[in-house]
Write a new protein. Structure first.
Length: 251
């Protein structure tokens, strides 16, 4: 057993870091625990992702986020949070998974993959990125099915099915098509969501209209096989060729 901490924060994302900063500034001893890297969800974001938020909305702890452009990219945010954590000398316990919690208020023990951490309080700031919405259909766990999109370049001249029609799926479909993939978009609703950003939605609709991206609306997935996605459309069942499937249906 180590000395008892005032607080263990589980999750080293922006919210967990912000909590740790405020607690530490109040003179409390704090350890930040994460099963992965610092801001691990950002590490998993698409390689060249551009945030819809402006820099000041990503700031924590009063640390400025200087940017030459209006919208920061993934790499900018990764650098920023690394700098903040280093400047504040946060006690980071990265790649250390929380496996259990026992005790009561003012006398907890956080069980981890590297031993127990006694603490007076626990903050759970694990977010939702690691808990994607499931389709609940046979074949969802096949190796060519992903709930996270990274980059398009390995998919040139491949059949790729993208499920969903909000911002993540819209951007992925466009990038994949421009990289030379044969893209099919499968949408449960009647249209591309109105919530898709105003500079992305028209682009996607135009690519669908010109046939560069094929789209099925009011369509549900029934089963995923190693080489296809079997769907039900208003006109009946359709088998869509699929070398890769991106189920980008939220978290």
């Amino acid at each position: 057993m180590t000395d008892k901490l005032d607080t263990v924060v589980i999750g080293a994302g922006p919210v967990g870091l912000a909590c740790a900063l405020e607690l530490q500034r109040r003179g409390l001893t704090v350890a930040v625990l994460d099963k992965g890297a610092l801001v691990n969800s950002l590490v998993g974001y698409p390689t060249n992702m551009e945030f819809f938020s402006t820099p000041e909305l990503l700031e924590i702890g009063g640390h400025p986020f200087p940017m030459a452009s209006y919208k920061p990219h993934r790499e900018d945010a990764l650098d920023y949070y690394q700098r903040v954590a280093a400047a504040e000398k946060l006690d980071l316990r990265l790649y250390q998974r929380a496996t259990g919690l026992r005790g009561q208020a003012d006398d907890f023990v956080v069980e981890t993959s590297q031993g127990d951490l006694p603490t007076r309080a626990v903050v759970v700031a694990t977010g939702f990125f690691d808990v994607p919405n499931r389709l609940g259909v046979p074949g969802e766990d096949l190796p060519h099915v992903n709930h996270y999109y990274k980059e398009p370049y390995a998919h040139a001249d491949r059949d790729v099915v993208v499920l969903g029609a909000k911002n993540s799926s819209a951007k992925a479909a466009l990038a994949l098509a421009r990289a030379g993939a044969r893209v099919t978009l499968v949408v449960r609703g009647a249209e591309v969501s109105e919530s898709v950003k105003y500079w992305i939605r028209p682009d996607l609709l135009n690519r669908i209209k010109e046939g560069r991206i094929k789209a099925y609306f009011n369509t549900t997935v029934e089963v995923i096989t190693p080489h296809s996605v079997e769907v039900r459309t208003p006109e009946g069942p359709v088998s869509i060729p699929a070398d890769y499937v991106y189920a980008l249906v939220g978290y």
